[in-house]
Write a protein that binds this ligand. Structure first.
Ligand SMILES: Nc1ncnc2c1ncn2[C@@H]1O[C@H](COP(=O)(O)OP(=O)(O)OP(=O)(O)O)[C@@H](O)[C@H]1O
Ligand SMILES: [Mg+2]
Length: 134
């Protein structure tokens, strides 16, 4: 049977954050990403899963293996139905946190991937999509 090219999992708890890391590790290994690129994608996924849990009240991680122009990549989307982000530019600033974090999750994740997109609506939720190409 051919492996699935997309899927999703709920990210509601601390344990789910661990599971999301494990899933991204498995996917990047299957795609034969370099060890460095595996670690980059796992780290970004961990940060975005944590934000979905801490700020979004839980959410879901969708994954998709994408092919474009002869390249293969892994795309991950972290979606929650939380309060949304009022000022995305501010949220993306190194060291800015509304809580007790280091304020490095979003900005760090952005640097670790090739494509990074935030869609957020106040009172409706947030979706962060990242892609790393092989
Ligand atoms: N899914 C989300 N929903 C609502 N607000 C969010 C979400 N993700 C991030 N934010 C807001 O953006 C800010 C910056 O997020 P970021 O992940 O960079 O830092 P942090 O979570 O505060 O700290 P760190 O991730 O370094 O522990 C957060 O403090 C929070 O206010
Ligand atoms: Mg964070």
């Amino acid at each position: 049977m051919a492996p699935a090219l997309s899927g999703s999992m709920l990210v509601l708890t601390e344990q789910d954050i661990v599971m999301s890391r494990q899933l991204v590790r498995k996917l990047t290994q299957e795609l034969k990403f370099s060890l460095v690129d595996q670690t980059k994608m796992i780290t970004a996924a961990s940060e975005l899963s944590r934000n979905a849990v801490v700020y979004g009240g839980g959410g879901e991680m969708r994954w998709e293996i994408v092919n474009q122009g002869g390249r293969t990549g892994l795309r991950l989307a972290f979606e929650d139905k939380g309060p949304g982000i009022a000022d995305v530019d501010l949220a993306l600033r190194d060291g800015w946190t509304s809580g007790k974090g280091l304020g490095m999750g979003l900005s760090g994740s952005k640097r670790l991937v090739n494509d990074f997109e935030i869609k957020t609506v106040l009172g409706e939720g947030t979706c962060v999509t990242i892609t790393r190409w092989k």
